[in-house]
Design a protein around this ligand. Structure first.
Ligand SMILES: [Zn+2]
Length: 68
């Protein structure tokens, strides 16, 4: 379980990136919204979809293997 954040500022393609709380890129994001405490980035993604239409997951921190 980890805290997840979504970058409030969209990237060039209009998508918003999701990060874990311990991502090395997180301190450089000026404006972010806490998505809450999630078991993996997939449920964090669903939470972010309530706010933003286009979402991507960070290639650095959102690589945890999901066991279904
Ligand atoms: Zn990240």
């Amino acid at each position: 379980m980890d805290y997840y954040f979504v970058n409030d500022n969209a990237m060039i393609d209009g998508s918003h990136m999701i990060h874990q709380e311990d991502c090395p890129e997180l301190p450089y994001i000026k404006s972010k919204t806490l998505l809450g405490y999630h078991k993996d980035y997939l449920t964090a993604l669903k939470q972010a979809e309530k706010t933003y239409f286009k979402i991507k997951t960070c290639k650095i921190c959102c690589t945890v293997t999901v066991i279904i």
